[in-house]
Design a protein around this ligand. Structure first.
Ligand code: SF4
Ligand code: SF4
Length: 166
């Protein structure tokens, strides 16, 4: 087929590509896109930051609590954070609308603050375990486990030694 025939055939067939961004397109199945974080489910273990291939996750202690920040600009969408997060506090969505200008890169973040709790033993500030973690660790809760959850790691260790007796 010569070039002219090829050109005419392709003109008659119309576009073979998606009209996006001027028209609709599709989302591939199991696409790994924008990451969402749920502070209500986070235990503050920081395992997600430890395994992050792109060094995209950071935690800061703030007055409001433990602040989680994820930089989509450096995320490789490997999914390791979601895989290792035991409480499902972090997960990848199929939202791929992440294209941005270079000057907007610092706005491409996911953030959340894990509210602090006060230790029932010594009153110090701590990140309390979430119910989702307890459900994973123990088949059924009991009063002793519920009590241990209200303690900071130091008080929990002491309670473990004394069996909860002070
Ligand atoms: S998001 Fe998950 S892995 Fe990361 S600190 Fe919170 S509980 Fe741990
Ligand atoms: S998907 Fe991978 S690179 Fe992105 S935040 Fe999670 S662990 Fe880090």
């Amino acid at each position: 087929m010569n070039m002219l025939m090829l050109l005419l055939r392709n003109l008659a067939r119309g576009p073979s590509t998606d009209a996006f961004p001027f028209g609709d397109t599709f989302t591939p199945e199991r696409l790994r896109g924008r990451i969402r974080f749920d502070p209500e489910l986070c235990t503050g273990c920081r395992l997600c930051a430890h395994v992050c291939a792109g060094d995209a996750i950071h935690f800061d202690e703030t007055d409001e609590g433990l602040r989680f920040t994820l930089w989509h600009n450096t995320c490789t969408f490997c999914g390791l954070c979601e895989h290792y997060c035991q409480t499902k506090a972090i997960h990848l969505t199929d939202d791929w609308h992440l294209a941005h200008l270079q000057q907007d890169k610092y706005a491409m973040i996911e953030q959340g603050v894990v509210a602090p709790a006060a230790c029932a033993g010594c009153g110090c500030r701590m990140t309390a375990p979430v119910p989702a973690l307890t459900a994973l660790a123990y088949r059924a809760g009991n009063r002793r486990i519920e009590h241990l959850q209200t303690l900071c790691p130091d008080c929990r260790r002491k309670a473990g030694v004394t069996g909860g007796r002070s």
